[in-house]
Design a protein around this ligand. Sequence first.
Ligand code: SF4
Ligand code: SF4
Length: 89
Amino acid sequence: MRLVPKSPGDRTRGVDRVAKKVVIINTEKCKGCYLCVEACPKNILEKGSGALNKSGYSAAMVLSESECIGCIGCALMCPDGAISILEET
Ligand code: SF4
Ligand code: SF4
């Protein structure tokens, strides 16, 4: 088994709700807009509440990665390309 990045094309092939997902937020790229939080249908992303990154933003956080369905809505919404979704194959 290996983890591969999901891409926009995966959306047209449907969502695999069984395969394990890994949600990676590059906290240094995050600008704290929280569009990803609004976009997530599973409500598993959260506004940052902790330390600020080098640019002074509180990065979004992942609450419950195990509930991610890999829809990549968050990654598509992020204006800064700060989110990557990996899926186990
Ligand atoms: S959409 Fe991107 S920049 Fe905005 S809070 Fe989420 S990860 Fe950060
Ligand atoms: S891929 Fe979909 S379910 Fe997973 S964190 Fe992003 S928006 Fe939420």
